[in-house]
Write a protein that binds this ligand. Sequence first.
Ligand SMILES: Cc1cc2nc3c(=O)[nH]c(=O)nc-3n(C[C@H](O)[C@H](O)[C@H](O)COP(=O)(O)OP(=O)(O)OC[C@H]3O[C@@H](n4cnc5c(N)ncnc54)[C@H](O)[C@@H]3O)c2cc1C
Length: 386
Amino acid sequence: MTDLPASPPLTLLGEEERLFRNSVLEFARAEIAPRVREMDEQARIPPELIGQLFDLGVMAIEIPDAHGGAGGTFFHSVLAVEALSSVDPSVGVLVDVQNTLVINALSRWGGADLQQRCFARLAIDTVGAYALSEAGSGSDAFALATRAAPSGDGFVLNGRKLWITNAREAGLFIVFATVDPDAAYRGITAFVVTRETPGFTVGKKEDKLGIRASSTCELVLEDCAVARENVLGEVGKGYKVAIETLNEGRIGIGAQMIGLAQGALDHAVRYTRERKQFGKAIAEFQGVQFDLARAATELEAARLLVYNAARARDAKQPFLAEAAMCKLFSSEVAERVTSLAVNLFGGYGYVKDYPVEKLYRDAKIGQIYEGTSNLQLQTIAKQLLG
Ligand SMILES: Cc1cc2nc3c(=O)[nH]c(=O)nc-3n(C[C@H](O)[C@H](O)[C@H](O)COP(=O)(O)OP(=O)(O)OC[C@H]3O[C@@H](n4cnc5c(N)ncnc54)[C@H](O)[C@@H]3O)c2cc1C
């Protein structure tokens, strides 16, 4: 006998969770699906689609009702990112960064005044971005060189950030800089910088392999004056803001990867039932069925890891290794499932007229951003070995 309360299966959604997920999925299929190819080719998400995402309520999921948000949970964010990514992982990551990084960091570390000012914008029409990486500091994020020099009652920021998701669309940026390069990680401080701040510029946009519609740009900070009230958390504690937010954020990337893999698997199931060779649907060949069955099994395992990490986070239980495992595994599954989908489409899988070619390209990023797979393995090993 156990003294634990009976717990429902991880993938069994509550009534409200199910309705929320279904509404996002319906929106994605009706409003995003017809635009996916054009957005990929033009490498942009149209502003009117971003407006619709705000109307749908997925750009402020965890912002409390009192601040104009949806008052949802982290798990709701995971459901939204998964549903959107099954149709377009570029839209998935736009929503993911907004919720699991930007709003999450502000909810956790922002004082009442900063929250009030930021949430008022993020809940209505402002996209957020999270700027940690630089040309010389990726995995070794705390080797960042962007400088925040104390000046008057605030700071003056100088430096360059690289690879910043949402930068083209964003109005509000969480920027990490050091107030004291000699203090190593203890100098790192998080700042809220708005796009209109003098000395702040969004630079070159990257031309990418996948998630092409999602913007990834450089940020240039040249004598960019930021008020002390815009420090997020404490001066010198930015490393904590970064580590703890990214631990949660990578669950969102797990959600993006399982959504993407589900999208590819759905396309493969549909196609193999329709495509005839040797006088029958290719889905009737056992070789094809076994490939699909293995993909569905791996995807189920990845979803359990993602949902468990997200539900552990909402239940305030430890989830550090769980988050790393879910991102590591789901990004590998996404790569395998999308590769299989391309194989099962045959020659049609290799061209842009069918959707799986794009999902295959999109999957690769899951093993790189918010900590490469090696960095996830490092986190898991540390938990294991102490
Ligand atoms: C499309 C895209 C969007 C992004 N969005 C954002 C964003 O919004 N905000 C942001 O701040 N950053 C963002 N990034 C940056 C991203 O997080 C980094 O690219 C990533 O952390 C890897 O850093 P790096 O590119 O410098 O690679 P490196 O750190 O140079 O790694 C290169 C290789 O070395 C391996 N490696 C490095 N150190 C070790 C080690 N100790 N042990 C074993 N292997 C190691 C890595 O696993 C990798 O295989 C984005 C990147 C891309 C491509």
